[in-house]
Design a protein around this ligand. Structure first.
Ligand code: ADP
Ligand code: ADP
Length: 239
């Protein structure tokens, strides 16, 4: 069974506009999938339905065998520990250090606490440091994260998601605020963790060329409809 199954998903924020219409697709562990589409197509809403940051109106999402729409609060919290999130604006806590931001991933993102560092075991701190090394930013571990460049901050975001040991990582426009060089670095990291850790990575992107060069598969969204689903080499100008 595929890790993520989206079945006839529909979503409206108000009765006049259906933002997602009958959206269906599946994503397997180890798959790197990009969702492409113009601004307003519904990409962000789709990702938010997967971890139920917004409620699902029609259809079902099955994540790791769980029907996301029918989970109670406790079950939902548990499910979300398996889902890493990467944002356009990184969503780090600026006044905390890099390593504290990474450790924050273990707490669930709603908790924002000063002195977070002291609550973790040596093992957890070592794990965080190991992830920073892996992402090439261990030298910055004890700096405030707002002293880092955008590309470095996004690497902190990736480390924060990985410390959760997620089964899927959802990335909402992860490179939209970055220059071309940093964008490549981030896409390379996302792709390599997907393969190395055998997780699923679902990435919202508006840059079609970048999506094609990195993804195993592309899902094209237009006005809330899936208009393409296939390997990137099959995507033509007509789609
Ligand atoms: P994309 O990520 O592709 O830009 P979004 O999912 O952000 O698309 O938005 C799809 C549509 O839903 C847009 O028309 C947007 O204005 C609308 N929308 C998004 N979030 C909300 C919200 N919280 N309330 C009302 N409308 C929303
Ligand atoms: P962006 O502007 O980067 O798209 P937002 O600030 O709009 O991100 O946040 C999107 C949603 O994600 C909000 O509903 C917020 O509560 C939630 N959120 C913020 N930071 C995190 C995080 N680090 N992990 C998970 N969810 C988060």
């Amino acid at each position: 069974m595929a890790l993520v199954q989206v079945k006839n998903l529909g979503k409206s924020y108000n009765p006049q506009t259906r933002v997602l219409k009958n959206v269906s697709f599946e994503v397997e562990a180890g798959e790197f999938v990009s969702i492409i589409g113009l601004s307003g197509a519904g990409k962000s809403t789709l990702l938010r339905c997967i971890n139920r940051m917004v409620e699902i109106d029609e259809g079902n999402i099955i994540f790791d065998g769980l029907d996301v729409g029918s989970l109670n609060k406790r079950e939902l919290r548990k499910m979300r520990t398996n889902i890493g999130m990467i944002f356009q604006h990184y969503n780090l806590v600026p006044r905390l250090s890099v390593i504290e931001n990474v450790l924050h991933g273990r707490l669930g993102y709603k908790t924002t606490l000063q002195g977070v560092f002291n609550r973790f075991t040596e093992f957890e701190k070592e794990h965080a440091f190991f992830l920073l090394e892996k992402l090439g930013i261990a030298d910055h571990a004890y700096k405030r994260c707002d002293q880092l460049s955008g590309g470095q901050q996004q690497r902190v975001g990736i480390a924060r998601s990985l410390i959760q040991e997620p089964k899927v990582v959802l990335c909402d426009e992860p490179i939209a605020s970055l220059d071309p060089n940093s964008s490549e670095v981030i896409m390379d990291y996302l792709k390599s963790i997907t393969k190395e850790l055998n997780i699923a990575c679902i990435v919202n992107l508006h840059q079609v060329e970048i999506a094609c060069s990195y993804s195993d598969r592309i899902i094209g969204l237009s006005k809330g409809n899936v208009v393409f689903d296939g390997p990137s080499f099959m995507l033509t100008a007509d789609n």
